[in-house]
Design a protein around this ligand. Structure first.
Ligand SMILES: [Zn+2]
Length: 285
């Protein structure tokens, strides 16, 4: 079976002439959950429609995102009380992972982030005037004072600390299922990514690290983080936790892994890469 063409080209306005008569991808949210086909019958999990009006749905807001394989892509938000046909249902964005390919999952996250931004920037943050869509770019403009607002991204570092064959994992105080994760935190204004890594690990685990190696990054639409992944090497100090954010942090080996984050996260990609280096496959979802 040929692979579907999933080349995504971001845009801020559709080309109605080129797109005439083609169905679009609709990433539709209601109360923070995404609308999908209730039963997958060989078709797309994400609805393909000419327009939401085809389902008699009227969105609170909608936004053109670009083209996927030549078809238009839209994000839309429904009122919390909006009823949809029985053939459609809603589920949390995290639960979409694995039901769709990685690019569709990423687009759902993009849609969620754009809608979040649209919802939170209806008024100018400086003077309170209702904002307008800026022509030709993904921005909102204040017609009174000219302030431009762009979609918000919050960079955060996520770090796998190695000490010889061991890896440092931490259990957050808000975790209830015993899961151990990686140390992570937001980059602060005026701080480099490297400085953020040293500060976060010092604050959360009380140790010093060196040999920072970039691993990769991942958009994390909960609501708008950009996770920047690194592996680093332990340098000195004894692990001690603050007890407020981190309840426990300790060294594990690839063969003695606790419950770790699910596969959709870059945390898991970092942990899987570490385990693979030691010839171990982690048998967890
Ligand atoms: Zn203004």
């Amino acid at each position: 079976m040929p692979q579907p063409d999933h080349t995504f080209v971001a845009g801020v306005a559709p080309n109605d002439q080129l797109d005439a008569g083609r169905t679009a991808w609709w990433f539709v949210f209601r109360g923070g959950e995404i609308m999908i086909h209730a039963e997958r019958a060989g078709g797309s999990v994400i609805p393909r429609l000419g327009d939401l009006a085809d389902l008699a749905l009227e969105p609170v807001r909608s936004s053109f995102l670009g083209h996927l394989g030549g078809a238009q892509v839209y994000a839309a938000e429904l009122r919390d009380e909006a009823a949809v046909p029985d053939s459609l249902s809603f589920r949390g964005l995290r639960a979409l992972y694995g039901l769709v390919d990685d690019q569709i999952f990423a687009l759902a996250g993009r849609a969620s982030q754009i809608l979040e931004w649209e919802r939170n920037h209806q008024y100018c943050g400086r003077c309170g005037t209702p904002t307008e869509q800026a022509p030709g770019e993904r921005a909102k403009r204040c017609p009174a004072c000219g302030l431009l607002s762009f979609p918000r991204l919050s960079p955060a570092v996520i770090v796998l600390v190695e000490r010889g064959d061991d890896v440092l994992l931490a259990r957050h105080t808000r975790t209830t299922d015993g899961m151990y994760a990686l140390l992570a935190g937001f980059v602060e204004p005026g701080e480099s990514i490297e400085e953020a890594i040293h500060r976060e690990i010092r604050e959360e685990a009380g140790i010093e690290v060196d040999r920072l190696t970039y691993f990769g990054s991942q958009p994390w639409p909960f609501p708008h983080q950009l996770m920047i992944g690194f592996t680093v090497q332990y340098a000195r100090g004894d692990v001690r936790v603050d007890g407020e954010e981190i309840a426990d942090a300790r060294w594990f080996t690839a063969r003695s892994m606790p419950k770790v984050p699910p596969r959709l996260s870059i945390a898991r990609r970092l942990i899987d890469a570490y385990a693979a280096k030691h010839g171990v496959t982690i048998d967890q979802p």
